[in-house]
Design a protein around this ligand. Sequence first.
Ligand code: DC
Length: 234
Amino acid sequence: MSTSTPRIIIALDGFSSSGKSTMARRLASRIGYRYIDSGAMYRAVTLYALDHGMIDAEGQPRAEAIIAALPEIRVDFAVQPDGTQHTMLNGADVEAEIRRLRVSNAVSGVSAIPEVRHALVAMQKAMGAERGIVMDGRDIGTVVFPDAELKIFVDASAETRAQRRFKEMIDKGAQVSYQEVLANVVHRDHIDSTRAESPLRRADDAISLDNSYMTVEQQDAWLYDRFCETVNRL
Ligand code: DC
């Protein structure tokens, strides 16, 4: 790509385990953009809350305690020698920890707290200030970057998504059942799309993609084509 090609913002939103992170990460690496997994930021705040007794026995967040702790929670990303990024919580690498089921089970509640969202959205907007970024999440095309040049909304059935997440977790050695993972996916879909503060919804100007029956390579090719179309139009 020529150096005069404009650097744009690419927003990918969708339900959990829809494959959007894989697509986003691979596109960013192909086109030399920064990739940000905004879900990892909500997961890191959730991990902090779990480790500091801010989630009650029913899995509900103690919102006041979490809001009071926000100034002490620093989330960033460290680029690894192989080019991947690890999520850092107050300087500690928490990349593996934030993917565990105990975090997945509590994260929707924490991410429904408006003050948590405001703090993380402000950080995300700052990360996109220089453009040339691919970010995935739930509200990237609607709230974080409503002016993103390319917006994608990824969908797939709950069963397909649970199957993917289950395989990923088993490959990493986790002891979980498919039913547990499916229940978590369905539960999070419900909370993410019904919460009062920035619920998951497709931006009016987003392009929809149902990738239930696509391979990773087909997704990559489809997304790269949308990227080329977008920059060629500018
Ligand atoms: O993409 P993920 O499954 O790792 O996201 C974890 C949770 O974070 C998800 O249940 C909803 C929340 N989230 C959000 O509310 N807004 C975002 N931009 C990204 C994630």
